[in-house]
Design a protein around this ligand. Sequence first.
Ligand SMILES: Cc1ncc(C[n+]2csc(CCOP(=O)(O)OP(=O)(O)O)c2C)c(N)n1
Ligand SMILES: CC(=O)[C@@H](O)[C@H](O)COP(=O)(O)O
Ligand SMILES: [Mg+2]
Length: 649
Amino acid sequence: MHALSRSPLSVQPRPVPYDILPRIHDPRDLDGLTDAQLEQLAAEIRERLCSIVSDRAAHFASNLGVVELAIALHKVFDFKTDRLIWDTGHQIYPHKLLTGRFPQFETLRERGGLMGYPNPEESDYDLFVTGHAGSSVSTSLGLKAGDDLVHKGEDRKSVAVIGDGALPSGVVFEAFNNAAGLQKDLLVILNDNEMGICPRVGGLASYLDSARTAPYYDGLKKDVAWLLNKIPVVGEQSTKLLSQGKDALKHFLHGGMLFEELGFRYIGPVDGHDLKTLTAALERVKHVRGPVLLHVLTEKGHGFAPAASDPVTFHTPAPFQRDDSGQEVAEIRTSSTKAYTNYAADAIHAALSRDDRVAVMTAAMCQGNKLEKVRADFPDRFFDTGICEGHAVAFAGGMAKAGARPIVDIYSTFLQRSFDHIFQEVALQNLPVTFMLDRAGLCGPDGATHHGVFDNSYMRVFPNMTVMAPGDAGEIKAMLDFSLQHDGPCSLRYPKTAAVTVDRHAPPIEHGKAEVYENGPDGLLIGCGIMFPVAVAAAEKLREEGLDVTVVNPRFIKPIDMETLGPLMDEAPFVITAEENVVTGGFGSALLEAANARGVRTDHVRIVALPDEFIEHGPRDEILADFGLDADGLRNTALSLADRGVTAA
Ligand SMILES: Cc1ncc(C[n+]2csc(CCOP(=O)(O)OP(=O)(O)O)c2C)c(N)n1
Ligand SMILES: CC(=O)[C@@H](O)[C@H](O)COP(=O)(O)O
Ligand SMILES: [Mg+2]
């Protein structure tokens, strides 16, 4: 039920008044349209994007920017057999609208509805479920190599569309290197909108800044005469350049030299909002042999002025209303509730204020990590690596070796990219790097690619690592401060939701020490991390049923406090562990391993966790409740283990 599933959609679409868009059931329906109709179609797609985000949070500015590109691609190629990968996949909405999903679009990012990312279960035009950046060039190259093996003689095209934010990911250059070596026919379209979620950073950003303004260059035209005609200088300078050779001349003439030197033919830059130009450029590269990079300039938020002028806010805006002109934002409904991420950012700010050895790194998620104030106040100790999580971790290892105290602030799901660097550059060296895993747990409408539900399992496998889960908002700062004075790597995790504080006198954080919140003889509830307040609420419900249970906030997933937990487990009639992580290898597993090693009884332990499945998108609270990870669910599990039968909550 919770695996990614092809319809039936459980949410009914609402009809909306459009003219051309409803008639596009398949990209081939574009074939009969005039230029004017295609322009009209682009406007209708933009209207549809504007209306969908007025009632739900969804990726917006990136999608507004690729409307013409999506139309041109589907016009020129036939992706029934040709291959198309949108890097990351957050800009997939126009593609969805052009590939038969207009009728279901109202269900986007709702539970049971369309995913906000590519999903092969929805359409044969989506090849991979993605949401993580940077892998498009590799998979497109793999598709081409696979097609050459399996579909011999068919000459299927393979196209990757990659943003300038995703471009610096190391894996992209691994793929470039491989593609040039293989000399496969591969079209990489660089969608350059001068932005990631935040403004792009680093050396490649500066390179692209100059490439944008360079004159148009066509790497398919190799004759020097053509190049000479493009020379914007005369006389001595051009003679000098010519005497230095063809490469010096080309470098002067165009911005794509880097890609040409990597073995790609470079064409561009071209205007990504001019449908005719784009279509002509794609027609031109369609039959070219070998790897080609087409540099397309777009504007993030194009066509909706507020989004174009503030693409950071409008990357995934909260629902908002347009005014009568259809352009201005009348209201953005933002939440005033403090999220766990705010507590984390405040704790990081305080740590940097206190100790000038402390530094923080984010991998292109300054806004999501709410680190803007840290960036402004500590520019020398704030590092945005771009979408380069592996590098960020190895970089932190280097800083720690030099005596600094780096904090790696990365979403749980994206830190998966760094697994080997956590192992080699941090854990193996026993270096004091602190990992703050934001968005740990279910991520709601982003779905399977973004749920951070594996880190309790993957962080605890390495020796030397201390793995923590704050039981409430207050423990984020306490654990960060503990970690910064601990001699070795530490991690702590917190979810994407409003913060909860459990009112109590919490004991200080001590390495490997759990907190016993309350004692009762009738059972033991161990609520790991965010499940601690849920266990407290469940215990309250159980009291109404006449059961007094012990509630523990374990704080540490590694090392596990068996000194405290062992005797409690031996005495309790039943034990429930609860965690917002997959059941495989998480806190519950760790407890069973530790209990087994110590000869502590385990036959009465029930692990309540997320299943060993990929979980679809949907409201976090609903999905947690489905898996018994809410107060009623824990109460019911306890009642059934206590042999009391479950009554309606
Ligand atoms: C591995 C990974 N890290 C971080 C992210 C979060 N993220 C999603 S989109 C994005 C910016 C992408 O910029 P770009 O590729 O230029 O696309 P644009 O939105 O500008 O079209 C980031 C950082 C991600 N999806 N995957
Ligand atoms: C595409 C992508 O990965 C991000 O845009 C992601 O959706 C951000 O999630 P948050 O809204 O939780 O920061
Ligand atoms: Mg971009």
